[in-house]
Write a protein of this length. Structure first.
Length: 431
């Protein structure tokens, strides 16, 4: 075989690739790394994975002029910048250089593919939440009538936190709220775990709170990705108290917003929601008070009219009744005077007779019961334990418990025998 130089070999490879490859290919790949140098050139590492295993990897470039136009257009369409971990559909030109080797140069990226990929991932997570039966769990938790004890997950240094606190505490009705902050990272790669940790920490003292609020300030749409993670939304969906969110913009809705009890667009809107909740409660109380007051006044007026009517009836009816009963009373009075004179004489005679007989009967009854008591006393004395012992009987005990049967004792037991003139302690040798 004829020897050739390295340059000639690379030339052969280049010519072979040029003659067999198409001018460009639309390639689906995941961005593994992305760096932009000072000159504006973008250097990427493209990956393909199967079950989290990398099965293909290549470096690629987007030259500065193309990258400036392409990145701005991509972010305007998708609402997020090119970023590691993102799956893209890129138009790639494959070239080979004798010195620099194989290179992939990206000429275009299909933003609609990335939008579809993101939508597909969101749909997968939503479908899993539905299949797990948890997507509506937090929405079914009843909202407290007047929520004033707030567990707040936010970044203490964010404008969203300041807006929420100022709006809540400077409300025109002077409603009082107790806010407990669980300081958290709310954007970036560490945001997901930081928010989950805050949820767990708040849950440790869940009885101290009426509801939980998650807020963040403004920022890029890409910063919302942590709120679409399955682990985070699963925690929110199953949280034991209502969760109120104010984490997005007018055109953004995260999966966390979907599973939360109530989702609002901004931290200020969440504060207004809480203030309005208190205000609606006060207005409802005032409405109920007015309703009750009106009903009471109407009822009092009606009853007062009835009372006046009854008073008139009673006045005229009572005069007539008094005259009629007055005549009856006079007639009855005369009859009583006549009848009572005869009755009193009869009763006086009967009382004298009964008094004489009652005295005689009482003396006989007392004598009878006196004799009966004497007999009972004699029987009691005869049945006294002391007299029974004197007649030759005894009482046998074990540990102050009276023995009533042969089966109550056994060998080696110590027994106490009480006689009329003393006590004997014995030990059972044999039964």
């Amino acid at each position: 075989m004829e020897n050739i130089s390295l340059y000639e070999l690379n030339q052969t490879i280049k010519e072979c690739l040029s003659s067999n490859l198409q001018p460009s290919y639309w390639v689906i790949a995941e961005i593994g790394e992305l760096k932009v140098n000072q000159k504006g050139h973008c250097y990427l590492e493209l990956l393909e994975k199967t079950h989290d295993n990398i099965i293909a990897k290549n470096k690629a470039t987007i030259w500065s002029y193309t990258y400036r136009n392409l990145s701005g257009w991509f972010e305007a369409i998708t609402g997020q910048a090119l970023n590691p971990g993102m799956k893209i559909l890129a138009n790639i030109v494959v070239s080979y250089h004798e010195v620099y080797g194989l290179s992939l140069n990206i000429k275009d990226i299909d933003a609609n593919f990335t939008l579809g990929e993101r939508a597909r991932k969101r749909k997968e997570i939503i479908d899993k939440l539905i299949s797990d039966g948890v997507i509506e769990m937090n929405q079914l938790v009843p909202l407290p009538l007047v929520p004033q004890r707030i567990a707040l997950i936010a970044s203490k240094r964010s404008a969203g936190y300041e807006d929420f606190i100022i709006q809540l505490h400077n409300n025109p009705y002077n409603y009082k709220f107790k806010v407990t902050l669980f300081d958290s990272i709310v954007q970036g790669p560490d945001a997901e775990q930081s928010i989950i940790d805050a949820l767990i920490e708040a849950n440790d003292n869940i009885s101290q709170f009426d509801l939980l609020v998650i807020i963040r300030g403004g920022g890029a749409t890409l910063d919302l990705e942590c709120f679409d993670s399955y682990e985070l939304v699963n925690h929110v969906a199953q949280y034991p108290i209502p969760v109120i969110t104010g984490i997005g913009h007018e055109r953004d809705e995260t999966i966390t917003d979907i599973v939360a009890h109530t989702n609002l667009k901004t931290p200020t809107a969440v504060a207004e929601f809480l203030i309005n909740g208190c205000n609606q409660y006060i207005l409802q109380i005032e409405t109920n008070f007015r309703t009750i007051s009106d009903a009471v006044q109407l009822s009092m007026m009606t009853q007062n009219n009835k009372l006046n009517h009854l008073s008139q009836i009673l006045h005229f009816g009572s005069i007539s009744n008094i005259e009629r009963h007055k005549n009856n009373f006079n007639r009855i009075h005369q009859n009583i005077i006549f009848i009572s004179g005869n009755k009193l004489d009869q009763i006086r005679t009967k009382i004298n007779f009964l008094s004489t007989n009652l005295k005689s009967v009482c003396l006989k009854i007392l004598e009878y019961h006196k004799n009966a008591l004497n007999e009972y006393q004699l029987k009691i004395e005869l049945l006294s334990p002391i007299n029974i012992l004197r007649r030759g009987y005894s009482i046998t005990r074990i540990d102050n418990r009276i023995i009533r049967s042969y089966n109550d004792i056994k060998e080696n037991d110590t027994i106490d025998t009480e006689l009329s003139d003393g006590k004997i302690k014995s030990k059972i040798i044999k039964t």
